[in-house]
Design a binder for this molecule. Structure first.
Ligand SMILES: [Zn+2]
Length: 216
């Protein structure tokens, strides 16, 4: 596994065989980790590397699925509300546009950015960086930069939080009007699951190494 040598003298280690634990910053010596095994930090036990078989192909397929679901989630009806004989269907796209006048404009931008634009950029950069490698080709130019952008955006792509917010709002409104959930809601829920699966296959350290060796 990854080094137990944290306690031995690190002065003899070469810089390019050192990695730092992303959680506790312990310096570890980088070793080859077998497929399907998991390397943990000896100090805080967080996962350092967990390479999976066909991980690249799986990530690319899941990311492609996520793009399609995203499209459905944005343009299909999300909610249908009926109250006192009035009926209103709205999609996520309508919801974003609803805030687009006057003082609410910044909110409209923020909603669109966090729920739609950033997740799409993230999926796009992941696909750009990994799809060629999944097909056995050389990575495209700037693949490393693209993957770095996707990693930077990771905390900002908030589709999951939006789903939780909608669920809470539904409970609140349910007493006032008749609500029905449209296909976009299920697309969004599925998107959350697909994103979690994609992150499960994503062993960052393995991807960085593969990118840097193949990009040469
Ligand atoms: Zn650690």
């Amino acid at each position: 596994m990854l080094a137990r040598q944290t306690h031995s003298d690190p002065s003899g280690w070469k810089l390019d065989e050192l990695i730092a634990c992303p959680v506790c910053d312990a310096l570890l010596r980088d070793r080859e980790v077998m497929i399907l095994s998991t390397a943990r930090c000896p100090r805080c036990h967080s996962v350092i590397a967990a390479p999976r078989e066909r991980a690249l192909t799986n990530i690319v397929m899941l990311a492609t699925t996520a793009v399609v679901l995203m499209w459905a989630a944005v343009f299909f009806p999300f909610l249908e509300i009926s109250a006192r004989g009035l009926n209103h269907k709205s999609s996520l796209f309508d919801a974003v546009l609803a805030f687009s006048d006057g003082l609410m404009l910044p909110l409209s931008f923020a909603v669109a950015a966090l729920i739609i634009v950033l997740p799409l950029i993230r999926l796009g950069t992941i696909l750009y960086a990994l799809a060629p490698m999944a097909l056995g080709w050389h990575p495209w130019r700037h693949a490393v930069a693209a993957f770095r952008i996707s990693e930077l955006l990771r905390p900002w792509a908030m589709a999951e939080i939006f789903v939780v917010g909608v669920a809470i709002a539904l409970v609140k409104v349910a007493g006032l009007a008749t609500l029905s959930i449209g296909p976009a809601f299920w697309a969004m829920a599925l998107l959350v699951v697909v994103t979690a699966m994609k992150d499960m296959f994503m062993c960052r350290i393995t991807i960085w190494k593969t990118l840097s060796t193949r990009a040469r």
